[in-house]
Design a protein around this ligand. Structure first.
Ligand code: ZN
Ligand code: ZN
Length: 374
């Protein structure tokens, strides 16, 4: 076997170390809670039953969402984003970047693409040999282009993107609830054991109804570990809640996507409640279940800016200087998609220079900006 293959195999095995670590901590926490706390420490049957029922509920939801985050394959762009054989050959033959861009621009003409690189070039992945859809990025760890890529997470050894972002959020939510429940219910026993330990060390230990066994060790550590994980996950979860409310990925939070009028960090934001639905779906009953309900296909995203007619760029660029910078580079545009039409149906629209109806009647071609923020 070639050394590079051995190295790759080692890397693949090592990538599972954080996942195995988490799995071992979770397995230990299950044993410590169910056996050491509920079976050996708690004496009241009613308390035991309530604790065990709620514990298993949060445990199942946590493991389920964690499992789905790890084992849901990242979604990749469909074949329509790959260059045709002749285009690919021509692209490889060309050495000048301008000519290569011409080929890409021609190939991207009918694709649902709104964003470019910061330098106004078509986003192309040399590695996967495809035109990147909006919000798609190449992950070097997975070595593929991932739709609506958020980040590559070592704790799940997977890319977090369009196919599993909802699962990832639920994994954070249920791990928070799991840690919170464990820490809250263990607290009173933690205090009892802790004071018992301290009194013993002071050689002034009164009789205590708690079993002085190895349960003490598990209960003390259970509290520390649950509290520690709760605090560290809380900030990450809060950050992702903010990202969801803005319909922004982690990558986009650091580098705003470039639209026709320049970089716009809110380019995909449709208003808080619609942004939430983009990730969790239309039906609220599925929101808390780790089943896939995100809207769209991962390639085609509704944006705040809807181009009605690309030929009349000058109309809108008069008022917005940023737009004119790309005017000499034709931008790939798409017809209004179904998803956009759905959004347009119910939302108020603001049309530059009069109502949309008037413009359509008079044949005036305008750049329509859909005001979706409520
Ligand atoms: Zn790629
Ligand atoms: Zn990845």
């Amino acid at each position: 076997m070639a050394p590079s293959h051995v190295l790759k195999c080692c890397q693949r095995v090592l990538a599972w170390v954080p996942v195995v670590f988490i799995a071992l901590v979770v397995a230990w926490s299950y044993y410590a809670y169910v056996v050491e706390l509920c079976a050996f420490t708690i004496t009241s049957t009613g308390e035991k039953v309530v604790y065990l029922v709620v514990f298993h509920l949060s445990f199942v939801m946590f493991v389920w969402s964690y499992w789905k985050t790890i084992f849901t394959s990242p979604a990749s762009p469909s074949d329509e984003f790959c260059l045709s054989k002749s285009d690919k050959e021509q692209y490889e033959r060309e050495e000048r970047p301008e000519s290569q861009q011409d080929i890409l621009r021609r190939a991207a003409k009918d694709l649902p693409i709104y964003t470019t690189t910061a330098s106004r070039a078509i986003r192309y992945c040399d590695r996967c040999q495809l035109i990147k859809p909006d919000r798609c990025h190449h992950c070097s760890a997975c070595d593929l282009c991932v739709l609506k890529m958020d980040h590559h997470c070592p704790w799940v050894n997977n890319c977090v993107g369009f196919s599993n972002y909802k699962f990832f959020l639920l994994f954070l939510l249920y791990s928070l609830l799991y840690c919170l429940f464990v820490a809250a219910t263990v607290l009173q026993y933690f205090i009892k054991f802790w004071t018992l330990c301290r009194r013993k060390s002071a050689e002034n230990c009164p009789k205590n109804d708690l079993p002085d066994s190895h349960a003490k060790f598990h209960v003390l550590f259970l509290f520390f570990v649950a509290a520690m994980f709760f605090i560290s996950i809380l900030s990450l979860f809060s950050y992702h809640c903010w990202l969801v409310s803005k319909n922004r990925s982690t990558i986009e939070a650091f580098r705003a996507p470039t639209f026709r009028n320049g970089p716009d960090k809110n380019g995909f934001s449709l208003g808080c409640s619609k942004n939430l639905k983009e990730v969790f779906g239309d039906e609220k009953k599925y929101w808390l279940l780790p089943v896939f309900t995100s809207l769209g296909d991962g390639c085609n995203f509704p944006t705040r800016l809807v181009i009605m007619d690309p030929e009349q760029l000058t109309v809108s660029s008069q008022n917005e200087p940023a737009k004119s910078s790309g005017a000499n580079q034709p931008f790939p545009v798409r017809p209004l998609s179904e998803s956009q039409n759905r959004l347009l149906d119910n939302e108020s629209q603001w049309v530059e220079g009069g109502s949309e109806e008037e413009n359509v009647k008079s044949g005036a071609k305008k750049h329509v900006i859909v005001s979706l923020e409520s």
